[in-house]
Design a protein around this ligand. Structure first.
Ligand SMILES: Cc1ncc(COP(=O)(O)O)c(C=O)c1O
Length: 437
């Protein structure tokens, strides 16, 4: 690296004059570069910043770039289709095709879909339909899970342990000022991956619970897999109490398998949400649920709108993505997962050879790096007590200086565009950085 982000620094200073905080999404303030970086372009596994530095990118848009940045087959179809108009405020023929393909890939059976733009808003629709269908109000949300930045759910994503309260009855900790704290009255915060705790919640509030929302694999904290039987237990409790089990597959959908975490873990919820990978980098989100539940939206009782929903570009990008996955899913996921497994195995062995506490866990192309001496991290409190976030920030900064771009929260997204050479360079850079920190 020839210079240290000097143009990025200059542009950030200028941006702060015109854009609040100089950024458009809060997480970017935590960039491993210690300032939000400015990029000139990105393609495949690589990105180039305005200072001319090249990086192998593992943020990949925080997940959407399943095929790497700007894959030609998506760009080509989007360019072609956008000649037919951008925002039609009407239905578009390819919508039917993407719904058909998505429903074929997703394990929930006898289902229908609806489309929106972001993961945040599709989760809002999810809460509305869960409440509308069950005629009950309370939603169970787990610590360490993220379901978008809206008032109704932006609690206890990363609650400080000194505020989080008793693990048997956690406090809802707002992630922002300015939130309507009345919304917490209908949210029950629970520790994840612990059957007894969710059972207690149902024993206490069962009659009022509309549903439980969970990331089926906890991408927002250490990429944690659910303990054996845990999600099955949650589903049994939901069904016993006439509540719905919802999977937020915004990260896992179309990434960990064509049918997402449901396919991998062999458990189907009643309803699920998707975004990120489903459109290979374009803004698109989707809710899929059993027909009788989705009929609450279908008959208009649950209101759902949006000027940009199923716009031509996002629909075309989704079509290209799902068609590709549909036609090549067996080999595509096998190859992608092999890359992830190679990375995980080698990061573990480099950590051992360097006598480091670098820790990696995850599944397939979705991994998380942290620094801990524990063998496994199983939920948010476990992470908060045992992972050294400062050390991770230092590691990510040093990796950036070696041309490897990691996210501020440790989550790595490997894309089909990452080459063997990229993976090997990442592993050798890790070795080099670990020997220094
Ligand atoms: C599991 C999960 N749900 C919802 C969201 C919100 O999605 P978006 O950023 O598209 O609003 C995210 C974003 O990272 C997420 O990780």
């Amino acid at each position: 690296m020839t210079n240290e982000f000097s143009k990025s620094k200059k542009m950030y200073d200028e941006a702060k004059e015109y854009i609040a905080g100089g950024i458009s999404s809060q997480i970017r303030i935590n960039d491993p570069a210690k300032i939000p970086m400015f990029f000139s372009h990105a393609k495949g596994s690589k990105m180039w910043d305005v200072d001319g530095n090249e990086y192998i990118d593992y943020i990949q848009g925080m997940g959407p770039n399943l095929f790497g940045h700007a894959p030609d087959f998506i760009s080509d179809l989007v360019k072609k289709e956008m000649d037919r108009g951008y925002v039609l405020a009407g239905q578009f023929d390819k919508e039917i095709e993407i719904a058909k393909m998505a429903l074929e890939l997703i394990p929930i059976k006898n289902a229908t879909a609806r489309f929106a733009i972001s993961g945040t808003e599709i989760d809002q629709l999810l809460f509305r339909v869960m409440r509308g269908y069950t005629k009950k109000n309370k939603i169970v949300k787990f610590e360490g899970h993220y379901h978008g930045w809206m008032d109704s759910v932006n609690y206890s994503v990363h609650p400080p342990l000194n505020l989080a309260g008793d693990e048997n009855n956690p406090n809802p900790i707002p992630e922002s000022t300015g939130m309507d704290l009345n919304t917490s009255k209908n949210l029950i915060i629970c520790e994840w991956n612990d059957e007894e705790k969710i059972e207690n919640v149902f024993n206490k509030y069962g009659d009022d619970i509309a549903g439980v929302i969970t990331e089926p694999i906890l991408g927002n904290t250490n990429c944690i897999l659910p303990k054996k039987g845990y999600l099955e237990k949650v589903k049994i409790l939901c069904e016993k109490h006439n509540a719905l089990l919802a999977f937020d597959e915004v990260i896992t959908g179309f990434r960990v398998a064509a049918g997402g975490a449901q396919e991998l873990l062999k458990i189907t919820p009643h309803i699920a949400t998707y975004a990120k990978s489903m459109a290979g980098g374009f803004p698109m989100s989707m809710i899929v649920g059993e027909k009788q539940i989705m009929e609450e939206i279908g008959n208009g009782n649950v209101y759902h709108g949006g000027s940009f929903n199923s716009n031509v570009m996002s629909t075309a990008a989704t079509y290209a993505t799902l068609k590709y996955l549909h036609d090549s899913k067996a080999t595509f996921y096998e190859n992608l997962n092999k890359k992830g497994e190679f990375m995980m195995k080698n990061l573990k062995s480099v950590s051992k050879s360097q006598d480091s506490d670098l820790h990696v866990q995850g599944v397939g192309s979705l991994l998380s790096i942290s620094f801990t001496n524990k063998e496994e991290i199983t939920n948010w409190r476990d992470h908060a007590k045992n992972c050294d976030e400062k050390k991770y920030s230092l590691f990510a900064y040093e990796m950036l200086k070696n041309g490897i771009r990691l996210s501020s929260n440790g989550r790595m997204h490997i894309s089909s565009a990452h080459s063997q050479e990229d993976l090997e360079k990442t592993i050798s850079s890790t070795e080099k950085v670990l020997s220094k920190i």
